[in-house]
Design a protein around this ligand. Structure first.
Ligand code: ASP
Ligand code: MG
Length: 418
């Protein structure tokens, strides 16, 4: 017997027929003797519709009321799934965030989970063999008693947090892809599904735009050591052996569970980048602060930062990247601080892309990045900036070469499917 969290995303509960399909997935695990808590998203498209309604009612609206509106999508699917399970003869009960309760901060629309008491859910597993069907994405702020939501994609985070609270053996994320791939299969058809990914690697893959899971859920999984298993909800429920050691999918887990780490696990890329170079800044203490503090104050997320060591001890250049959506604001912010920073000129580019190579195996292997530099030079791809960390290096290149670069590196590091 195991204790499982099963999370189903919007496409998996998009209509009543799909909800019935979900119920059969749940029944399979219950019949195998497992204790199950299910976490559901709203029907696909529902949350967008609710957000649009709130905005239509008033473009500037109270975030507490926004949450009251958008949390309703998950209320509907949790009740419907409980009904569908009961129709299959399974004991099931729906739970809204406030009923458990899932306690959160009061940052409405992007609240953080503070604590969950799993006691009642566990008691009901034991006493009634009851399946808990939990509305994802929502919680309650205890002091005000108001409903909160966790930010878009937040039901992944609900699921991992519930799994931690009830000490689940695994948190299964059923979604419309069958796992995490070495890179985007639309760009590299030879991309492979990974059997296992370490939390740290997944954080890099997710924040780099591999949009399988909300990043926050991976962080939470890492902190509480919750094994997260990404798998497809489109497999026929009856075709799956609930006792198989690993059904098709990707397990996100601690490094210690990954026996033979590849040097490189995956390649992420993003074209939504912009590069800003500030030229001939005075080389003295405080310049970096003069540039980056105003950007931080403007809530602009700076990613790669490259500063040159000045040749003459007087001036130097500094290059950094920001999300393309913040590009104009970032340039304005720098121009406004021109006097405090003290620089000669600023230039920038938006037709750039960031390609990141990720793998925990890099910790123990030298020369991994050097191989990439050579392979890209053979393709005549120019590298504008480089940053490295223990398990990742990122290259800024011209956007036009993104696909070529990703494919080249995918082959170089032996990630292509046979
Ligand atoms: N329904 C919410 C959203 O669309 C939460 C989720 O699906 O994870 O963002
Ligand atoms: Mg999602």
């Amino acid at each position: 017997m195991a204790r499982l969290v099963m999370k189903f995303g919007g496409t998996s509960v998009a209509n009543i027929e799909r909800i019935r399909n979900v119920a059969r997935h749940v029944k399979r695990e219950v019949d195998a003797g497992h204790e199950v808590a299910v976490v559901v998203s709203a029907m696909s498209g529902k949350t967008n519709e609710l957000v649009a309604w709130a905005t239509e009612a008033s473009a500037l609206h109270d975030a507490r009321e926004y949450d009251a509106v958008v949390a309703s999508g998950e209320q509907v699917t949790s009740g419907l799934l409980a009904i569908a399970l009961q129709a299959l003869g399974i004991q099931a009960r729906s739970w809204q965030g406030w009923q458990i309760p899932i306690k959160t901060s009061d940052a409405h629309a992007s609240a953080r989970i503070l604590g969950i008491d799993g006691g009642e859910l566990i008691k009901r597993f034991k006493e009634r063999k009851e399946v808990a069907v939990i509305a994802g994405f929502q919680g309650i702020h205890e002091e005000t008693g108001r409903i909160t939501t966790l930010g878009r994609g937040g039901s992944d985070t609900s699921a991992v947090a519930i799994a931690a609270a009830i000490h689940a053996d695994r948190c299964d994320i059923y979604t419309d892809v069958d796992g995490v791939y070495t890179t985007d299969p639309r760009v590299v058809p030879k991309a492979r599904r990974l059997d296992k990914v370490a939390f740290e690697e997944m954080l890099e893959l997710a924040s780099q735009g591999a949009k399988v899971l909300q990043v926050r859920s991976v962080e939470l999984g890492m902190v509480h050591n919750v094994r997260v298993f990404v798998r497809s909800s489109f497999d026929k429920p009856e075709d799956i052996d609930p006792n198989a050691s690993q059904p098709p999918g990707t397990l996100i887990c601690g490094e210690e569970e990954i026996v033979e780490a590849q040097v490189v696990t995956g390649i992420a890329f993003s074209k939504d980048e912009a590069q800003i170079s500030v030229r001939q800044i005075e080389d003295k203490p405080g310049v970096a602060a003069a540039i980056f503090v105003p950007l931080a104050d403007a809530n602009i997320n700076v990613d790669m930062i490259v500063q040159n060591v000045s040749e003459d001890g007087k001036t130097t250049d500094l290059t950094f990247t920001v999300p393309a959506s913040d590009y104009v604001r970032a340039k304005e912010t720098i121009s406004r601080s021109k006097d405090t920073i003290g620089y000669k000129s600023m230039d920038s580019a938006t037709d750039v892309a960031k390609v990141s190579v990720i793998g925990i195996g890099m910790r123990s292997h030298a020369g991994v990045a050097a191989q990439a530099f050579k392979a890209l030079s053979e393709r005549n791809i120019n590298i504008r900036a480089i940053t490295t960390s223990e398990i990742k290096f990122s290259l800024l290149i011209d956007a036009a070469y993104t696909e070529l670069a990703v494919r080249t590196l995918h082959t170089l590091y032996g990630l292509d499917q046979a």
